[in-house]
Design a protein around this ligand. Sequence first.
Ligand code: NAD
Length: 278
Amino acid sequence: MTQPPVPRIQLNDGTSIPQLGFGVFKVDPKQTERIVTDALEVGYRHLDTARIYGNEEGVGRALAASGIPREQLFVTTKLWNDDQGTQSVFDAFDRSLDRLGLEYLDLYLIHWPTPRNDRYVETWKAFERLRESGRVRSIGVSNFLAHHLERLLDETDVVPAVDQIELHPYHQQPETAAFAEEHAIAIEAWGPLGQGKYPLFELPAVTGPAEVHGKTPAQVVIRWHLQLGNVVIPKSATPSRIRENFEVFDFELSPLDMTEVGGLERGFRTGSHHDNVA
Ligand code: NAD
């Protein structure tokens, strides 16, 4: 079946990002090239990796082997916590780009604010210089709460283009999402399916619309993100699910469906609290 093209979300720096991407957290480095190749064949053009995932090389090999023109791809990677600073940022960026085999990156993110180290403002100033160099088109952050974003806005010149945060029906982060919207910072949802840790796919709010539309619960949850305006980067290592997670542009949830999925908020996080990751 031919899929409609993936919509793009305008970013506050004049660039744009495909609204659906493919995340590779916990994708085994030895299998990454094959799995990313599958995703590219399905039609994904937006890939989300990180230094700490240890699989940037596999992503890079798949991109190179695909023959897809660079301008059709959107590649994100992230600076790990122990590389925060100034020169350490430039060095880490060079190494990531090398592992990915790319001349430039589409989006570079500070992975966590790690406020106890108090280096994210300095790190962001280094990100600003990287962007000026032209070797990264957009810069953003990840796991920043409203008060971390506020500090960047107060103390630096460039507003992050995106904040990639844990966001799924059980954990919707309304305060951070509202702050981001107010400042034109796009929200990217990580763990968009709750990492499969919660029984989201068995709840009537999700299974009901799935039955009506002849779709799967995972597709309903991805659709919910898309209709909220989130950028969404589900992960799977299973070919049928990689395809399933991409086939989400041929149906629409009703306003009532959206409200019911939104009503699943439980404040459940899959991971650590943002202020505690060192
Ligand atoms: P996710 O919510 O995408 O869940 C992935 C899991 O959901 C899979 O391992 C599988 O168990 C299940 N799943 C996927 N597709 C399914 C389907 N169609 N049907 C049934 N089950 C399905 O979680 P994630 O991988 O943590 O998040 C997505 C991406 O976000 C990551 O791969 C990574 O790129 C990014 N991420 C970023 C951070 C961060 O700190 N910035 C943290 C975690 C993840």
